[in-house]
Design a protein. Structure first.
Length: 242
């Protein structure tokens, strides 16, 4: 699967290493050394993937992700960072990054993450491959082909990670998904933050699709197991939702 990839990394040696591995797998690679150049390249072309360092001059990686998502650009983003704290990683996910790797990293693992990320972001989910099929759970509609979400007919903006979780759950309403199963939809985040990663996405989704996020009626917690998506008109035991 060949792709158009932008590598934004101000460390010349790291950038060259990543470029060589990507080109070895057949990808077309553009290397930039600062955040503003990454934005310019993402706007001018139609990249499939942005491999983005967090700490860069002229706009850091978090600002780049924030701007790209505000502009509703669909490019997949894999962030590279020396910041290994959980809060830093979760902030990147919250802003709309698709995956995160902490330095130092294995180039082979990086390529594996790239392959998985491209496979998932360039191919519609199996459940939505039928032309015109929209996943519906009550008045919630998820269109995997158009990458659109609506509640009561009103469009909802979701990050790529949020969309993948919602599409997975909408394909099987009322099924209880464990955090590990939902994490698999997010293709390979660092394991030690797995539980919090899913919880952050769920919290943000509730703000977008629930009338009362603190008392969810659609996206429910099943204590000791995980989460499930419900039609609120069918009702659910209030003790199971929080």
């Amino acid at each position: 699967m060949c792709a158009n990839v932008i590598v934004a990394e101000d460390d010349a040696k790291q950038a060259e290493l990543v470029r060589r591995y990507l080109e070895r797998e057949g990808h077309a690679v553009t290397v930039v050394a600062d955040g503003l150049s990454a934005l310019e390249q993402a706007r001018q072309g139609a990249p499939d993937l942005l491999v983005l360092d967090v700490m860069m001059p002229r706009a850091d990686g978090l600002d780049v992700v924030r701007i790209l998502r505000a502009e509703e650009r669909e490019v997949a983003v894999l962030m590279l960072t020396a910041r290994a704290t959980e809060d830093d990683l979760l902030l990147g996910l919250d802003l709309g990054a698709d995956d995160y790797m902490t330095k130092p990293y294995s180039p082979r693992e990086l390529m594996a993450r790239v392959r998985t990320l491209l496979r998932r972001t360039r191919s519609p989910r199996d459940a939505g491959r039928e032309e015109g099929r929209v996943l519906r759970v009550g008045t919630l509609a998820v269109d995997p082909v158009r990458h659109e979400v609506a509640v009561d007919g009103v469009g909802v903006e979701c990050t790529p990670g949020e969309f993948r979780l919602l599409a997975a759950m909408a394909a099987e309403p009322e099924r209880v998904f464990t955090r590990e199963q939902l994490l698999a939809e997010l293709h390979g985040f660092d394991r030690y933050i797995s539980s919090r990663t899913v919880d952050v996405h769920i919290m943000n989704l509730r703000k977008k699709i629930e009338r009362a996020p603190r008392r969810p009626a659609r996206l429910l917690t099943v204590f000791g197991v995980g989460y499930k998506l419900m039609d609120p008109l069918k009702g659910a035991p209030r003790a199971s939702a929080r």
